[in-house]
Design a protein around this ligand. Structure first.
Ligand code: AMP
Length: 540
């Protein structure tokens, strides 16, 4: 017997419809390329989104068409999130920091029909316009007068504001199956071609509800939310959807993500919640230290994308009274997988114990399940020590990649092999020890690069650190520590600092000081480059 409750489909259009109707006057703050601030609200945004939806229909965009975006986190990008998905097309956010060849590959693989681009990326699009055959028109996110006159572009170029001007707002959102694809994001895999992760309306809505929960990001309409994780990286971790659902004031930071710009926005807009990778916070802390500034409004901050070192959690709490929410996820997991929240029994913990616990990547939010297995796919114990391949499952976890029929990382019963190595303790707290490809196997035993890095960056004169496995005659592989200093520090001082904190056989064979470390398009340390460069360092 079926239940007698409404079959109303879970559609993304319902989010903006709700906030437009019930949180209409709540502000949305947009920063343009010059750092100028423009303020609007959910009610006016809903009208613009509905105009966009009609304009897309006028351009013959249909259910299932993919629409590419190359844009920073800004208002027009937000409008595309809702206008494109709202009519059943797929909002394909492309990471503009990828190599040109990858961007061409991604646009072609996804068969983008239209491409919406920020002015910053217009030159790039002009350059590749002959190689992106499915794209019919380029829409520049701005006004006609902003667009430079480029003669050598083979596509029609339209200004976004022209596109939506003089168009009636859509009357009613179309209704279709909640399983319809809604948005698309390619993983920036370091080997092979990027792979498309195709979200659905259903997965996005359930993920949005889960992300707002008290044991996840704990957000409500009283918050002021600023996603710093870019809108082209796993939908800014789903945060724009959360803000819209709960009708919270939303601050979109645009392209300037340096310490000073971020600080100014956090303070001026009284932001209470934000989210980003650790590299962003390194820049902010550097600014705060040199300028002797304090964060006065921020209450909590989600950190993920790479492991959050304990020293960062301490700094936020002790110096700025900000609670760090350490979370783990992937493009393939929408991205929320686990969130680190204390349990009732941790109330009595000392500060030190609390910070220690917070360095773990957290427990699965409701809907997600995790497990660890060995290479032969045998289950491993949840003892907080044994490390194995991390698997994940849930209604917002991908079950395959776009245009790839056979996948060896997805099982028929819904589990996904993440490529991360982790341990899980008795309470379900998961701790990432490495990416499979970064793991160091020294004499057959695993060494966690993340753990050594986290300890190293706690040294007050160290800004950033990376550990890589390099070839060794006797032990196959040994750790090499690469350090970026914040102040003058010697190799001996770093060794001394590590001495009582890690096992002797984990001690890096050498320490090199570099001016900077290479980063990926999503702000992670690009270890493949370092490995290629230093692989034979110990055997030459
Ligand atoms: P992406 O798909 O680009 O978001 O990258 C996902 C990968 O980032 C994961 O598979 C992890 O290797 C890494 N990652 C994400 N969050 C964390 C975290 N909190 N700690 C350590 N690694 C993380």
């Amino acid at each position: 017997m079926l239940g007698l409750m409404s079959d109303q489909q879970l559609l993304i259009s319902s989010l903006i419809e709700h906030s437009g109707k019930y949180h209409g006057q709540t502000e949305i703050v947009d920063c343009d390329n010059d750092g100028k601030i423009y303020k609007t609200n959910y009610s006016d945004t809903l009208v613009r989104v509905k105009k966009l939806a009609n304009s897309l229909k006028n351009l013959n965009v249909n259910l299932g068409d993919t629409i590419g975006t190359l844009a920073w986190s800004n208002l027009r990008h937000l409008e595309l999130y809702y206008g494109v998905s709202g009519i059943g097309a797929i909002c394909h956010t492309i990471n503009p920091r990828l190599f040109k060849e990858q961007i061409i590959y991604i646009i072609n693989d996804a068969k983008n029909k239209l491409l919406f681009v920020d002015l910053d990326f217009f030159d790039l699009v002009v350059e590749i316009s002959n190689e992106i055959n499915t794209v019919e028109h380029i829409v520049v996110l701005g006004k006609k007068e902003d667009i430079p006159n480029k003669k050598n572009i083979s596509k029609k170029v339209i200004a976004y504001e022209d596109l939506i001007e003089n168009v009636n707002a859509l009357n009613e959102w179309p209704i279709f199956s909640e399983k319809t694809a809604s948005s698309l994001c390619y993983t920036s895999g370091t080997t092979g071609n990027p792979k498309g992760v195709l979200y659905s309306h259903r997965s996005t809505l359930i993920h949005t509800i889960a992300a707002a929960n008290p044991d996840s990001f704990n957000l409500s309409s009283l918050d002021v939310i600023m996603p710093i994780a870019p809108m082209f990286h796993a939908n800014a971790w789903g945060i724009p959807y959360v803000a819209t659902m709960i009708g919270a004031k939303l601050v979109l930071p645009g392209r300037h993500l340096d310490g000073k710009s971020i600080y100014n926005l956090l303070e001026r807009e009284k932001v209470t919640f934000t989210a980003a990778v650790p590299t962003i916070w390194l820049m902010l802390f550097q600014f705060l230290e040199t300028e002797k500034k304090k964060l006065n409004h921020l209450k909590s901050c989600a950190i993920g994308g790479s492991a959050c070192p304990k020293v960062m959690i301490e700094n936020f709490a002790e110096k700025h009274d900000v609670n760090v929410i350490h979370a783990w996820g992937m493009t393939e997991t929408s991205p929320l997988g686990t969130v680190n929240r204390p349990l009732n029994k941790h109330k009595e913990f000392t500060k030190e114990q609390k910070y220690e616990l917070a360095t773990k990547q957290g427990r699965p939010v409701y809907g997600v399940d995790i497990k660890i297995k060995d290479d032969e796919r045998n289950d491993l114990p949840r003892d907080g020590k044994t490390a194995g391949n991390l698997w994940v499952k849930g209604p917002w976890i991908c079950k395959g990649y776009m245009n790839i029929i056979e996948s060896d990382v997805h099982t028929k019963d819904g589990w996904f092999l993440t490529g991360d190595v982790a341990n899980i303790d008795e309470d379900g707290y998961m701790q990432i020890t490495d990416r499979v490809k970064d793991v160091i196997k020294s004499g057959g035993e695993w060494i966690s690069t993340i753990e050594i890095e986290n300890i190293t960056v706690a040294h007050p004169k160290v800004k950033e650190a990376a550990v890589i496995g390099v070839k060794h005659k006797k032990w196959d592989e040994r750790p090499l520590l690469l350090v970026v200093k914040s102040e003058e520090v010697s190799k001996e001082e770093v060794y001394e600092f590590l001495a009582d904190k890690i096992a002797k056989w984990w001690m890096p064979d050498d320490i090199l000081f570099l001016n900077e470390l290479p980063h990926t398009a999503t702000g992670k340390i690009r270890k493949v480059d370092l490995k290629t460069k230093y692989l034979n360092y110990l055997i030459n």
